[in-house]
Design a binder for this molecule. Structure first.
Ligand SMILES: Nc1ncnc2c1ncn2[C@@H]1O[C@H](COP(=O)(O)OP(=O)(O)O)[C@@H](O)[C@H]1O
Ligand SMILES: [Mg+2]
Length: 406
């Protein structure tokens, strides 16, 4: 048995498995599949060897290229199982174009039936067809994080930019985007020291052509690897971006990227609501100051009124320091929800990063603040780690009421 581990990492994120008795055929198919971005997990001589392989990657290959030999019947059964239970695409090859066999394999769920010897053009065309049929499933994969704070100055842009940089650093093979949705006044360009030619406004009216290619033309890639979608610098362009535009745009971004982080406007405009609705997770930012927490109360009320799912709202405290008058536990008790993360206060790191146009998460990844972002990224992917909902806090309510009366 020849098990071939390809060092190069997949570009399309899919894994292929080849079963063919000829090592020449195996190598030629592997080359073609790799050229199309597949990772070839293994090349085996016979279907029997598949059973012996316990490697999870070969068990759950996205594409199986399988030569039908003597024991066609049991193989057809296996194709049926793979195609229906694991959604694996199967390209079958055989020595002869036997009508009955073709019919049975295709009914079992195989996508293609090719007669050997298979020319490289024929094989390439079959792979292309299969890839096209796979794309819609792959498309739903991207995670969309909306960063929202009810008022400016709490760190929304800092969190969006540094979270995106952290994700790009942690997930080297994933595509990460950051979107400046603070129309006419956003400052992601400043934070990243960029001057992009195109903005969100250049995508409007192009919904029917909105694919990865167009997105890459309009977005700019930062040295950290993060793709940046800038906001329209002009008020007139910005005012034409609607909530529906953002919803359509996010749907496409989700297909083109593994992670999309969006810096939202502070006003709950229809644009912002479109983003919050579309997002998988909302990072609701606050600081432990009375005005910020009071705003938070209003926002949570509004979220509840408009039916934004409570479960996708993650409360994050920024600029946390133990000397804060309000405590995290007060916030948790008052709002009956956990603070899923607290980012420590580090004015110098945060401000230097803006002045230099170099996000701290990329420039000083070992610093305490950057490390905290790293753990936030992990927590967002495993939210069950976040704490339980605590009891109502009378002390906190009194403080808020007092500040209201002033
Ligand atoms: N963890 C932090 N510690 C200290 N200061 C921070 C921190 N995060 C952000 N800041 C500072 O807060 C200010 C506002 O940040 P910014 O990201 O522009 O907020 P927003 O986009 O919500 O207006 C900036 O001066 C920034 O440097
Ligand atoms: Mg901002």
């Amino acid at each position: 048995m020849r098990q071939k581990n390809v060092g190069k990492l997949a570009e399309n994120g899919w894994t292929a498995l080849i079963v063919d008795p000829s090592s020449e055929v195996q190598s030629s198919m592997a080359r073609q599949l790799e050229a199309r971005g597949f990772r070839v997990a293994a090349a085996l001589d016979s279907p029997e060897q598949m059973q012996g392989m316990m490697d999870a990657q070969t068990q759950t290959a996205d594409l199986l290229v399988l030569h039908l030999g003597e024991n066609g019947d049991s193989v057809v059964e296996r194709i049926e199982k793979l195609a229906s239970e694991q959604n694996t695409r199967v390209i079958v090859t055989a020595q002869e174009a036997e009508a009955d066999l073709i019919l049975r394999t295709l009914r079992a769920g195989a996508s293609e039936f090719l007669v050997q010897p298979v020319s490289s053009e024929e094989f390439g065309a079959a792979v292309e067809r299969v890839v096209r049929s796979m794309v819609p499933q792959q498309q739903a994969a991207g995670q969309v994080y909306a960063v929202y704070s009810p008022k400016g100055g709490l760190g929304s842009t800092t969190v969006a930019v540094n979270l995106a940089c952290t994700l790009a650093r942690k997930h080297k093979n994933d595509r990460v985007a950051v979107v400046d949705a603070v129309m006419h006044g956003g400052d992601i360009n400043v934070f990243l020291d960029m001057n992009p030619r195109y903005t969100i406004a250049d995508l409007l009216g192009k919904e029917d052509r909105l694919d990865t290619q167009l997105l890459e033309k309009v977005m700019s890639q930062h040295s950290t690897g993060v793709w940046v979608l800038a906001e329209p610098g002009h008020a007139t362009d910005a005012s034409t971006v609607s909530g529906d535009d953002m919803i359509r745009l996010i749907a496409q971004l989700r297909r083109a990227f593994d992670f999309v982080v969006i810096d939202c406007e502070h006003q709950l405009t229809s644009r912002t609501l479109g983003i919050l609705e579309s997002a998988d997770k909302i990072l609701l930012l606050t600081t432990l100051s009375v005005p910020a927490v009071r705003q938070l109360q209003r926002v949570l009320d509004t979220f509840a009124q408009i039916g934004l799912a409570d479960a996708k709202t993650y409360l994050v405290v920024n600029r946390h320091q133990t000397s804060d008058v309000l405590q995290v536990r007060d916030v948790e008790k008052t709002f009956k929800r956990p603070v899923i993360w607290r980012l420590p206060n580090d004015y110098k790191a945060a401000d230097d990063a803006i002045t230099r146009g170099r996000p701290f998460a990329a420039a000083t990844p070992r610093a305490k603040l950057s490390q905290s972002y790293e753990r936030l990224a992990v927590t967002l992917n495993s939210p069950e780690k976040a704490g339980k909902r605590p009891q109502l806090g009378a002390r906190m309510r009194r403080m808020l009421l007092k500040s209201k009366r002033r």
